[in-house]
Design a protein around this ligand. Structure first.
Ligand code: FPP
Length: 246
């Protein structure tokens, strides 16, 4: 768990929403919104690196996004593939470590290969950890952890009474890093949308109407200011936190 008082979040998780509306406002196709969203993603990754953020988790494609028109799904896949090919070496030079979370088996083999390559190429980097959630769902993540533990019980490696929060946490995605301190959702909706359901238990939630392509380093600074003003209590009283007791 993160420290109680910390002006800078160690781990930020973002739902990048609003690409489609950004395009529509300009009378452009949704593809142009996703392209613009990609440019914002690149800027924010760089900004987080400069701000010494330890981890950034981005929701790039949810398990529900397959329900979008086939043309848009194809377009997003092309964008991911091109983005991986064009950005990975620069990210590697910038000491970024890339991780993908979610069920990547559903993607085309060439995209899976690029994801594997990106992880392998950057695995020894110790700068910003960039986790990209693809075909990810928070409920899937929890069910997956439960299934792994059930197999261990079946095989006699684990007793049911030994399953506690710590054991469970070790089986969800991103178990090797601290849980997000700050969650940001752009685009005006105030929902978690099946994102990191297990991990967001104590995360500070920041919602902004700004559409993702318009999100900038200034907007990020606003979110960081919001975070710096929060008192993180983790179930304690405000007095306990201020007094440093309990
Ligand atoms: C949500 O906007 C955005 C997505 C489903 C795709 C996210 C993809 C990117 C930001 C581009 C590239 C990212 C990477 C990691 C390469 P929306 O389409 O739901 O917008 P709307 O709610 O206005 O329709």
């Amino acid at each position: 768990m993160s420290s109680i008082k910390s002006a800078i979040p160690r781990h930020i998780a973002i739902i990048m929403d609003g690409n489609g509306r950004w395009a529509r406002q300009r009378g452009r196709p949704r593809a142009s919104g996703h392209q613009a969203g990609f440019r914002t993603t690149r800027d924010i990754v760089e900004a987080c690196g400069r701000q010494q953020i330890e981890a950034l988790t981005l929701f790039a494609f949810s398990s529900e996004n397959w329900k979008r028109p086939q043309q848009e799904v194809g377009l997003l896949m092309d964008l991911f593939l091109r983005a991986l090919k064009s950005e990975v070496s620069k990210l590697c030079e910038n000491n970024v470590k890339i991780r993908f979370i979610g069920e990547r088996g559903a993607f085309q083999p060439k995209l899976q290969l690029e994801m594997d390559n990106a992880e392998t190429l950057t695995r020894d980097n110790d700068g910003l950890m960039l986790a990209i959630a693809v075909n990810y769902g928070g409920r899937w993540d929890i069910v997956n952890a439960a299934r792994q533990l059930a197999f261990q019980v079946r095989d006699g490696e684990l007793q049911p009474e030994d399953i506690d929060i710590d054991t469970f946490s070790r089986h969800v995605s991103l178990s090797e890093i601290s849980e997000p301190d700050l969650f940001i959702r752009t685009g005006g909706e105030k929902r978690i949308s099946n994102y990191l359901l297990w991990h967001l238990a104590y995360t500070e939630l920041y919602f902004t109407d700004v559409l993702w392509p318009d999100f900038s380093e200034v907007e990020l600074a606003n979110a960081l200011d919001f975070y710096a003003g929060r008192q993180r209590r983790f179930g304690r009283t405000g007095e306990q936190v201020i007094g440093g007791t309990g």
